[in-house]
Ligand binder design. Sequence first.
Ligand code: SF4
Length: 535
Amino acid sequence: MAKIILTADRAVFTDYHKADALGFGLCLPYRFIPEMVEYHLLAPKIPTEGLRAKFAPYALCKVEASLIAAGFSRRDVLITPPHMLTKAVDRDTEMVGVHVLDPKGLAPVSWTMKVVSGGGKSCTEFEFEKLIRVVKSLKEKYRFKVIVGGPGAWQLRGYEDEYGIDVLFEGESELTFPMIVKKLLDGEDVPRRVRGESVPLGRIPPIVTPSRNGQVQVTRGCPRRCQFCSPTMWAFRSIPLDAIVKEVEFNLKNGIRSIGLVTEDVLLYGAHGLELNPDAVKKLFKVVTDLARRWEVPGKIGFSHISCASALVLKDTVRYISDILGLSDDEPSFPQIGLESGSPRLLAKYFRGKVYPWRPEDWPDMVVESSKLFNDSYMYPCYTYIIGFPDATPKDYVATTELIDRLKDEGIKGWVWPLLLIPMGGTLIEKKATFPKLPKLPKEAIDCLVAGMELSYEGIRSLAPKAIRVKNPLLSKLLGSLLSLALKAMKASMNEIRKDPSVIANIYSKIDIRSTRGFAKAVLPIVVKGGLRTE
Ligand code: SF4
């Protein structure tokens, strides 16, 4: 069997029923997510051909491609989902590579949900621990090496012995990862922690396993240098169009029926630093849209992120993208966008590049103006903002609340999610900040947090059926019922937290509907009434 097995935990190695937004549900403490909901609705199993996954998370596909480009054969390398791992590993296995996104539940969404709901392991952490226990016991039997890497690897610093990790790998994989694997397989000494070096564009090989939900990376890194961000620590590059086309076509030829462009800001495609290149962006969308038409791809081409500043520089390009993708109020797109704060003071200090080419004091107006542009172009933003900058004052929080109120008054369609600041490993802010604690935050911070939740509540109520489309009618009905339940809980909790945040420790921390009994008691009355009711 294969020498090198690549895998990830169930919260990562799934297609979220083709609705990536469902992945955010796995950031909740697992006591809030009944088993059947997690495994059947949020994180279904990925199908296999024998032991090999039919498709895989994009990052694992890239790691596999880099190993093959470095001289390993396809037979040497096997991407397998976690439920097949015990079958895939045998005495031929020399190395298991585990891709991690959020293994300790410290990513911004998980940590925030944990704090506002009273603690407990997130599903992401729960699933990682489940997987790594299996890897560790297999390692004791077969004596292979374990490398763990990915955007969440920083969370595991210091846990190497506990989890049986031989090498913790951070950074880019293409050049360094295959070299480390070869050394390990040759029995050479390798440092316990390795940082992958930046990869020149010509040395990023195309995937050879189809990627989950048709994801294909179009830019890597970001030149805006926000201090709390990890992708910005990587050199900014735009993937050449022919390489993008090759991966999209490969996916389509291999049965993937969707296209998702992975980027930190799709309008940065082809840019030189922060000098934008509208022709390159338009060409990207034209070429990919032509491919989608030729292959009769149902649904819209997705793109993960966009930014306010780029959109205001390239207004025409935003409209062009909307037109060529055929966006409409029935089929809008939901890009993620960092709003971060309404305070120009905090912006100037922590994310100055985000406003370029304007000034920090322009930021609140820019957010409102670009939101109108997005909405007019049928892009309904999923904004996030940060609570807990190290020296944030009540005045800074009030500025953010006022900005959220302006978005509300303008009737902007979308979400505005509060996230607690995370001093992520490898970021510029890592050593300057600590994890914020709710009881230590001023009242203005709590008001600011609730203001975003309130606007997001309205966004979910009106937009969820468009944002999360699950084909299976039974699952869709169940999802609608759960959403209805979650909205009721969210509405009640917003009022309660605003009145008295100690409700989190005294009441929310004790809720547990993981068991079938607890789940049935909470959900069945709503399921019986049925349908996606979001009022
Ligand atoms: S704009 Fe976004 S991706 Fe770029 S540095 Fe800032 S947070 Fe990171």
